[in-house]
Ligand binder design. Structure first.
Ligand code: ZN
Ligand code: ZN
Length: 350
């Protein structure tokens, strides 16, 4: 019998540790994927801590519903190694990216294809054992997506940061035809958003970040940028655009959302994907007065993951920098991400 080597969470707040278990035999529609690449995401660090910081004195506990040891990792690409009796053997060896946001299949959200916001999720690497392992068990082949000719590491990364940016941009709908969208925050998701917005929309996006290095990276791509900490930034955005119809807040703090709403046009929308923390207040009358929409989104649907991969496979999205490290160095990779020593994505290899 094959074994699975994993880099697992054995206690919250403690370093990852190698665990070894017998490899399960896939049943029914299940598919066993041999991991080739699995990206390290910022949310993996929060899962290791066991909480997200909501504001200075508030934490969201995320330790419920998971038995330890548990294996994180949701940016997975690999090859089909074994299949359950209800799956054709012809699939063996196929190179696939794994859509990790798998739902219960029964709730109202799942019925509409929104498994990413399922009420009883089985999200891989979050609620079910994920990809920081030699193998990962996937409940059904429909979650496995072809990615050739993309590199495996990039295909995995598209399943989280790429998908989050794509789903957020899609929610701006026809507003993207009225003028440039504004992207607030140029971290991993924001830079992916920038590349996508340029590929998807008729107007070149504009961007805001408090970090001059990140602004320079966007300027080199021909994007006009603003420093939201500059008191003159709000007026500058308004005079350049007349008010922005579509904004993505990839930061998710009180300050980023305050800046975003301050430059909205009437009828404009802000989509929040960031989780930095803080509390946002606004006069309630601003909702009708500005016909304003503020909404949140969490990763994206399977259908959106397929759309995004189609764009990427057609060469429409410039790749992000990838640094690869062996699976056994998972904790060192986490440390690098935590210390901000990573440009682009760190991806573990099996
Ligand atoms: Zn992620
Ligand atoms: Zn569900």
């Amino acid at each position: 019998m094959t074994i699975i080597r994993r880099q697992s969470l054995v206690a919250y707040g403690a370093p990852l540790c190698e665990t070894v278990v017998d490899c399960p035999e896939p049943k029914g529609t299940e598919v066993l994927v041999r991991m080739e690449r699995c990206g390290v995401c910022h949310s993996d660090l929060h899962m290791q801590d066991g909480y997200f910081t909501l504001s200075d004195d508030k934490r969201l506990d995320v330790t419920n519903g998971r038995t330890l040891p548990f294996t994180l990792g949701h940016e997975i690409a690999g090859r089909i190694e074994r299949v359950g009796p209800d799956v054709s053997d012809a699939e063996l060896g196929r190179a696939v990216a794994v859509y990790p946001w798998i739902g219960c299949g029964d709730c109202a959200a799942c019925q509409q294809g929104e498994e990413n916001i399922c009420a009883a999720p089985r999200h891989l690497g979050i609620m079910a054992d994920g990809g920081f392992a030699t193998h990962v068990l996937v409940p059904h082949g429909r979650y496995l997506l072809d990615y050739a000719p993309l590199p495996a590491a990039l295909a995995g990364a598209y399943m989280c940061s790429g998908l989050t940016a794509y789903a957020a941009l899609k929610r701006l709908d026809e507003r993207t035809h009225r003028g440039p969208v504004l992207l607030v925050g140029l971290g991993g998701v924001g830079m992916m958003g920038l590349a996508l917005a340029r590929a998807m929309f008729p107007h070149t996006p504009i961007a805001a970040d408090i970090d001059p290095t990140k602004r320079e990276a966007a300027v080199r791509l021909g994007v006009t940028t603003y420093d939201p900490a500059d008191p003159a930034a709000r007026k500058a955005v308004l005079s350049a655009t007349g008010g922005v119809y579509g904004i993505c807040d990839f930061v998710g703090s009180d300050r980023s959302l305050a800046f975003a709403t301050s430059v909205l046009a009437k009828g404009g929308k802000v989509v929040v994907t960031g989780l930095l923390g803080g509390a946002f207040t606004t006069p309630v009358a601003m909702f009708p007065m500005k016909a304003m929409t503020i909404e949140g989104t969490l990763t994206g649907t399977l259908a959106q993951a397929k759309e995004l991969l189609a764009l990427a496979r057609a060469g429409k999205i410039p790749p992000i920098p990838i640094q690869e490290r062996p699976l056994a160095e998972a904790q060192a990779a986490f440390d690098d991400v935590r210390a901000g020593r990573v440009v682009g994505r760190v991806v573990l290899t099996a």
